[in-house]
Design a protein around this ligand. Structure first.
Ligand code: 5AD
Ligand code: SF4
Length: 503
């Protein structure tokens, strides 16, 4: 796709501003000019009609868009948020979002937390390569956590030559510049940084939902749990300034957002390394003051850093949702030590019961890993015991996955697959039983529900969430989406409610 894209202006990089975000705004404009020129020549030759079809073409012309893009996001909420930023940049360049991979620009935002996430990307990429043979104009880009691994980039360079652009987790804000560079050179662009201390503010972002939004409050992780690759691919902990966060939340509220989810790998250590340190609890107090915001959520809390101050703020707050995601990982103090989690089984249990007492009705959810190296049947039974005692509303359960470069990958006593599978099945069963026993506690009460969408299976229903995150379906229409309404919870169905809206 590149031959008709060469920009004749030789000194483009010399003229580019050095400061961000001005530099990226400059490259958005430059890339947009190139894209527009290509689109106009496609229109003149009739190729545009073939490529996009009349309906899409009309839409593109009315929105002044000159190409299409599709982003596939793998992994966690952080990646979902990054994808919104990437979409914002692509729209500024003049691309319009479509949901098929026959787009002009296809971007995979990857995850590497467990090996099967990587395998899925390679599988999908193979199919995309075949598609590109039919649509040579297509540009394929890869970013996210997987790209921070040297072996991955080597493999892509060697065996996936059709990829156009590779970048990492630290420089997603550079997308416009990198696209511009790719449009002007014939070979693959690879720009992955090992780390950064930079946080670039004020670039455009596209929101997936009009009424709710994630807000990054910090990046990276300093905890080095021994199984986890995140600190290596997302880098050291960096907190955003509270002023920037509050400004963003105010902008969102002015734009109709009623629910924010504050995002970080370990929100409980927010603000410790700022020039003027502030606690996460204090940040929550400030977010609470923003008018228009009705619900505040956050993700993820590390048990070792969860303060009494935070519990007190949750207790007092009218807006912080009564839900806490508190990853357990294992219920065995011995395994927790080898995992480098810095708490014991007893400390976790004590924390959980304190939270439940202080914030009545709170929903607790968790992450658990089965089959960590050296895990014995006794260790596993300790995990089962914690699940019974805490009564989690739900839990994400994972089979331990060996990640190259982490301390646990070098441990010798890996647990045999069949043993892990058996434990995993037993844990899943217990988690489901516990969840369906405890999470229906509001049945036959009237609760506030934020309506999120039309029900997937039955269009006469809408789907929303309680403050504690439990899902509710009830009769309603699209006009309710984004509003908070009162719903009587008539029936509990294991992990969701059926309800009726109240006047
Ligand atoms: N294997 C399995 N699960 C893992 N997680 C992180 N690293 C691994 C790994 N190597 C899980 C943890 C974490 C969640 C996001 O992913 O439970 O909380
Ligand atoms: Fe990984 Fe532990 Fe950091 Fe969570 S706290 S991202 S599990 S290293």
């Amino acid at each position: 796709m590149n031959s008709n894209f060469i920009d004749n202006e030789q000194n483009i990089y010399q003229h580019a501003p050095a400061a961000e975000p001005e530099r990226q705004l400059y490259f958005m404009e430059k890339a947009r000019t190139l894209l527009k020129a290509r689109f106009e020549s496609m229109l003149a030759s009739g190729e545009a009609l073939n490529q996009y079809g009349q309906e899409m073409l009309d839409k593109m012309i009315s929105r002044q868009a000159y190409g299409t893009f599709c982003i596939q996001t793998f992994g966690c909420q952080m990646n979902a948020k990054d994808s919104e930023k990437l979409a914002g940049i692509l729209e500024s360049i003049g691309f319009i979002e479509v949901d098929t991979e026959t787009a002009d620009f296809v971007l995979y935002n990857t995850c590497t937390v467990r090996e099967n996430a990587n395998l899925r990307v390679y599988g999908r990429l193979g199919q995309l390569g075949a598609l590109k043979k039919k649509h040579p104009r297509m540009m394929i880009a890869l970013c996210g956590c997987m790209m921070q691994e040297k072996e991955v980039v080597e493999k892509l360079k060697k065996s996936y030559r059709f990829v156009d652009l590779i970048f990492g987790t630290h420089n997603i804000y550079q997308l416009a510049e990198l696209i511009y560079r790719r449009l002007n050179q014939k070979k693959m662009v690879v720009e992955v940084w090992e780390g950064t201390d930079k946080i670039v503010e004020n670039l455009p972002a596209e929101r997936k939902y009009a009424f709710k939004s994630g807000v990054n409050i910090m990046f990276g992780c300093n905890n080095f749990c021994s199984y986890c690759i995140v600190p290596y691919v997302r880098g050291r902990e960096r907190s955003r300034n509270p002023e920037e966060i509050i400004k963003e939340v105010e902008r969102l509220a002015a734009d109709g957002v009623v629910e924010v989810m504050l995002l970080g790998q370990n929100v409980n250590s927010y603000g410790k390394n700022l020039e003027h340190p502030i606690s996460f609890a204090e940040l929550l107090r400030q977010v609470e003051q923003v008018e228009g915001i009705r619900r505040i959520r956050f993700m993820t809390s590390h048990p070792k850093d969860l303060s009494d101050e935070l519990i007190a703020v949750m207790k007092e707050s009218k807006k912080i949702c009564p839900h806490l995601h508190l990853p357990l990982q294992s219920g065995s103090s011995r395994i927790l030590k080898v995992m480098n989690r810095k708490y014991t089984k007893e400390q976790y249990l004590e924390l959980a019961s304190k939270i439940k007492k202080e914030v009545p009705g709170i929903s607790l959810t968790t992450d658990i890993i089965v089959g960590f190296p050296g895990e014995t049947e006794e260790d596993f039974l300790e995990t089962m015991d914690v699940v019974e005692k805490v009564g989690f509303d739900s839990a994400f359960t994972f089979i331990y996955s060996k990640r190259t470069g982490t301390p646990a990958a070098a441990m010798e006593n890996q647990v045999p697959e069949a043993v892990v599978k058996d434990r995993f099945d037993r844990l899943l069963k217990l988690v489901q039983e516990t969840g369906s026993r405890v999470s229906g506690r509001e049945v036959h009460t009237v609760q506030e529900v934020l309506v999120e969408e039309i029900n997937d299976h039955d269009s006469s229903l809408v789907t929303g969430r309680l403050g504690n995150n439990t899902v509710v379906h009830f009769p309603g229409d699209a006009s309710l989406i984004g509003t908070i309404v009162k719903v009587s919870l008539d029936e509990f169905k294991g992990f969701y409610y059926m309800g009726t809206m109240q006047p």
